[in-house]
Design a protein around this ligand. Sequence first.
Ligand code: AMP
Length: 571
Amino acid sequence: MIEKMELLDVDKLIEEFESMTKDAGNVQRETLKKILEENGCAEYLQNLGLNGKTDPESFKACVPLVTHNDLQPYIQRIVDGSSSPILTGKPITTISLSSGTTQGKPKFVPFNDELMETTLQIYRTSYAFRTREFPIENGKALQLIYSSKQSKTKGGLIAGTATTNVFRNSQFKNTMKAMQSQCCSPDEVIFGPDFHQSLYCHLLCGLIFREEIQFISSTFSHSIVHAFRTFEQVWEELCADIREGVLTSRITFPSVRSAMAKLLKPNPELADLIQKKCLGLNNWYGLILELFPNVKYIYGIMTGSMEPYLKKLRHYARDLPLISADYGSSEGWIGANVNPNVPPELATYVVLPNIGYFEFIPLKENVEEAKPVGLTEVKVGEEYEVIITSFAGLYRYRLGDVVKITGFHNLSPELKFICRRNHMLTINIDKNTEKDLQLAVEAASKLNTEEKLEVLDFSSHVDLSTNPGHYVIFWEISGEVRDEVLEECCNCLDRSFVDAGYVSSRKINAIGPLELRVVQRGTFQKILDHYVGLGAALSQFKTPRCVGSTNNEVLQILCNNVVKSYFSTAF
Ligand code: AMP
């Protein structure tokens, strides 16, 4: 049992957040000062002629906007073991691998204690607001979290995904305890070497502790949907393990087996109960509540590229609240969800003004000429690209995310995540983002619900090997769907890209008919496996929505698994 006194003081956390956001402008100036003072001796800043100045005006005048590519040579020297202050005052000892699922391959970004502390700060902040609305009791959480392999770089630094670096930090566990959010699975499962085996054991632990589970979470909600889709396949095996008290032979790693052996005892009553519940469900509707009767909510990032999984999540969760988790990246955290009552489709994130220095490039203007504005200068209704200056050696770093300002919480803006900037379908004058693609897929998949058409996952590609080039949309679907329906879906996809550049190009055939390619069941699992093989963790996995020609391996997986293809006749 957790002592009451160990729990976080929710009122105090909310009060601190309120007073900080009321003073967002000053807090930003102070934060920048702190970052520049702590890291002023770093070679990167020394070379930019700041000469000890720490005010935003001098900072903007001296320090250029950069992308990851610009910083790559500096980061590489750190990775290779140089211990001189390159990007930060204190040497970097840990490297995060970004998921790479947005870019094609993982990027290295510095990780340090300050980044860990900002991570915990954002966890605590959103927990405080969440708990006020949806209190939980002492119990456990089914956290579908996975650690990637941690390796050593050539220079001896520890490297793993950002989530791995966080989960492995001792403070993570303490904070989870204080947030009544202890994972029901043992460490050996979270850090198990094979995520298929870890996933199975997470589900098994969840069932063993079913009465105690207070909420279900993951970093990105894809992992939750993925877990319950897997449950549909393995539930009988799980029941058999519970009945006999013996773990299936599919779990082969000795550390995982011995950790699970401590939890697993023969329990035929529980096995019977789960079996009865599973057999009583209609197409698994409401599965989560049946399995975990005391669950209060589902928690994980549900916006952006996670939105397409909401439908399936609602199917499993029935009327349980779905709460989107916070907004951040391997490079640093940005905002907390302090309105947990809002459905995920409308979720926004309030920037924490002391976790970094933030600027925003207005997207209305020509981006190359547009001047970034400060945190408190953004305008409601406008879209911006996010620029981060962090405590971990990134200065005026273009994150590549597009956000829209939906309002202010005190003086700090509320951001709605829109899309990644570089995820763009474009052939000539057309520009369609990941969000446009998502809307088109939503429209087309709604066309014929009687056919039981379910789009399990999707991606896209610009095919320039044809003349003219054309958009290709890949769908993995479940259920038997007639060709006529898919032909209509293909036309609907084509018509749903309403961007004027696309429509006019289609009308004069400067862009060819859109092609819908249906891929075999399991294709997106192969893509996931591919990324995990590259060192990505399932926890941070995001299906690549637009696959460029340079991402040859993923493109090959998609193209090699096509079972049917349709060309639009919409224009
Ligand atoms: P990673 O490459 O794994 O560090 O992922 C970071 C990226 O995930 C961000 O730059 C965003 O594009 C996306 N992301 C993170 N949090 C959210 C969120 N709350 N909503 C939508 N997208 C998010």
